[in-house]
Design a protein around this ligand. Structure first.
Ligand code: GLA
Ligand code: ZN
Length: 668
């Protein structure tokens, strides 16, 4: 049986091997002062652990494990396989990736191994075996952290060969492959498996990686294959660890906004617990990290680990402002509000050298604790010590789901035409914001998830509809479900070939419409949509809709298609389906969702939240925890509903007025 976390972790990435041993006890004292209880170690230590092939030296790691254990710290143990030692590149050049431009990498950077290099696979599994054998019995190790932030593609010969095998297995015959990729275009017909080449800039792609390609079917299959190749590496490390330590949970840290290269929904089943590195950019609206946390929680419908986050500024943005007073705690607790069961940082101690020396840390370059940043970190530590045991393991329940699907992510952004502005994440976020602002709990699910748990399923820009999906949607709506979809939906099958007979292809039935043409908006062009006697601006594209069976909710007010349908509603079985034929601005979408939310009966956690973010987690014994967050720097009033609640972060009565970045976790 895999164990679960037995306490709420407050800690983060610690790189003691960058420092002399005499400094470690002092570091640990400072961490304790901030109520830290965990450290993630050994993430990038391969060169120290294995100075020459087959020669292992764990003496330094043993010491730090001992010191952290003596201080009663929980340890998140890295496998150290994400950054390779110099000797390894010299001895086995094929471990390095060949990039999109076709260039073989040399020693340097990190995260640049070829997933299909047999040498990398062997060296990786041998190191992990040694580590697992050595540390399997240590009770302080509570999680194994495999590799680090998997991602990126390799276009080398090893990958090309493995890709050909993968395709042979998937398509069986060249006839099926040529058909799936529609290879009669531009004389692309393949007559032998070894004519298939990787879709990099020298081949069928152009422009920035995974944005433009001639044969999207080929490029999408390549992304699926690369995601799977990396996943196999994860599975290989996990299997080695489990052999020696079957009970400690194993994870790898997911990352980015979200990571385009990795299909996290496919990876989730192999994770014992999901973990996520969160680095919202300074200008990201608060609903964006909220969306990503909801996505992480929904991957397994379980609490997740906030594996990394910045205590204040990062080093890698063009501009990295400090987190304002109070902002650090609010941004960390936002993750907890959406399902995180840990608060962990990168990094615990600010490095003296390397590219991350100006990335914030618990112990800053000043090495002092009488600072604003440290006081805030210690204050959060105190609060989590109080509230962590209650929060740990509590669950989120959502009746609304938004569909986010990696094959759609890839295929949508490969589309050439009819506008260059297609952005999958932004399109999804417009819809997520509708629920965020209403404080309606929302899951972010994949196309293979069970829809029947939800009163409303929203699938914006569901461009790619694979076999069986339309039938699943139809049956969900027929039985009383509510479904929303938009322009650029139901266009292609799983290898990017268009469904003939009018858009939105297999979704025509449930939406009760068909789309004859779509007009692209050019810069400066303004088209309005008329809904409930009010006019709203729209952008990106306008579908010219035939509302066969559907009712028209809004029409265009401009252009030669003025007066024709822009948004429709269709009764289908016991449910309803809406089709939004254009990219409505926020106001218009809000007006539309006032109607849809009312129709579906899904409820907000609080009706008038005074621009506060409110989420709910429920503990195993049924205690309701309301996270009320002021994700702004302005003072806001607490909704009346919470007047007689208590804040478990402080043990005090709820404060009726919340200053900028204030957070309360309220219960009765
Ligand atoms: C990532 C990595 C860390 C560190 C941080 C800096 O999340 O996993 O090693 O580089 O970014 O923000
Ligand atoms: Zn490769």
């Amino acid at each position: 049986m895999t164990k679960t976390l037995s306490r709420f972790l407050y800690g983060g990435d610690y790189n003691p091997d960058q420092w002399t041993e005499e400094t470690w006890p002092e570091d640990i004292k400072v961490f304790k002062k901030a109520d830290l209880n965990s450290a993630t170690i050994n993430i990038f230590s391969w060169a120290v652990l294995e100075p020459r092939e087959g020669v292992y030296d764990f003496s330094k790691l043993d010491k730090i494990v001992q010191e952290l254990s003596d201080a009663n710290f929980n340890i998140v143990m890295g496998t150290a396989t994400a950054a390779m030692p110099a000797w390894m590149f010299k001895k086995y050049p094929d471990i390095a990736r060949v990039d999109y431009q076709g260039r073989r990498h040399v020693f340097g950077q990190r995260h640049n191994f070829c997933p299909n290099s047999k040498n990398y696979q062997r060296l990786d599994s041998e190191l992990v075996k040694k580590l697992a054998q050595h540390y399997a019995d240590n009770p302080h190790i509570v999680v194994w952290h495999v590799n680090n932030e998997y991602g990126g593609n390799c276009y080398c010969g090893n990958c090309q060969n493995a890709f050909r095998d993968w395709l042979r297995n998937k398509y069986k015959t060249l006839g099926a492959l040529n058909k799936a990729w529609n290879m009669n275009v531009w004389s692309h017909t393949i007559y032998d498996w070894d004519e298939i080449v990787v879709p990099n800039e020298l081949g069928d792609a152009w422009g920035p990686e995974s944005s433009e390609t001639i044969v999207a079917g080929l490029s999408i299959d390549y992304l699926r294959f690369q995601s799977e190749s990396l996943q196999n590496l994860f599975k290989m490390e996990k299997a080695v660890i489990k052999k020696y330590d079957p009970e400690t949970p194993v994870t790898t840290n997911f990352h980015s906004l979200p990571n385009k290269m990795i299909d996290y929904q496919k990876w989730a089943q192999d994770q014992d617990i999901i973990s996520y590195d969160s680095y919202p950019t300074y200008d990201a609206p608060a609903y964006k990290p909220a969306f990503l946390y909801d996505l992480m929680r929904s991957l397994k419908h379980q609490p997740f680990m906030l594996m990394e986050s910045a205590p204040s500024q990062v080093n890698w943005q063009s501009y990295s402002p400090l987190k304002r007073p109070g902002q650090m705690a609010a941004t960390e607790l936002q993750a907890v509000a959406h399902g995180a069961d840990t608060v962990q940082f990168f990094q615990l101690k600010q490095a003296v050298g390397g590219s991350e020396k100006f990335h914030s840390a618990i112990i800053a370059h000043s090495q002092r604790t009488d600072t604003r940043a440290f006081r805030e970190l210690a204050d959060l530590g105190q609060k989590l010590k109080e509230a962590g045991p209650t929060i740990l393991g509590s669950k989120t329940k959502a009746k609304v789901a938004i569909v986010f699907d990696w094959s759609n992510f890839w295929s949508y952004e490969y589309v050439d035409g009819i506008t260059q502005d297609l952005n999958y994440v932004d399109s999804i976020l417009d819809y997520y914001r509708q629920f965020y602002e209403r404080n309606i709990p929302t899951d972010i699910i994949g196309v293979d998830d069970d829809f029947s748990n939800y009163d409303l399923v929203v699938a914006p820009v569901l461009y790619m509809v694979k076999a069986g999906l339309a039938e699943k949607i139809n049956s969900y709506v027929e039985k009383g479900g509510h479904f929303v979809t938009t322009y650029m939906s139901g266009m292609v099958d799983s290898t990017d070939n268009v469904y003939l007979g009018g858009y939105p292809g297999p979704l025509k039935d449930v939406t009760g419409i068909w789309v004859e043409e779509s007009d692209a908006m050019v810069p400066g062009q303004k088209v309005r949509v008329k809904m409930d006697d009010k006019e709203y601006e729209t952008s990106l594209m306008c579908d010219l809709i035939h509302p066969n069976k559907a009712k028209v909710l809004a029409s265009y007010a401009d252009e030669f298609y003025a007066g024709t349908a822009a948004i429709t509603e269709n009764d289908y079985g016991k449910g309803k389906a809406w089709y939004v034929g254009t990219k409505l601005g926020h106001q218009g979408l809000t007006q539309l969702f006032n109607h849809i939310v009312l129709e579906t009966g899904v409820e907000s956690l609080v009706c008038d939240s005074h621009k506060l973010e409110v989420t709910k987690r429920v503990t195993a014994d049924g205690k309701k925890l309301y996270f009320v967050l002021n994700m702004s720097n302005e003072e806001r009033e607490l909704p009346n509903k919470f007047a007689d609640y208590e804040d478990i972060l402080t043990g005090e009565k709820a404060k009726s007025s919340m200053k900028g970045w204030d957070v309360q976790v309220l219960t009765k």
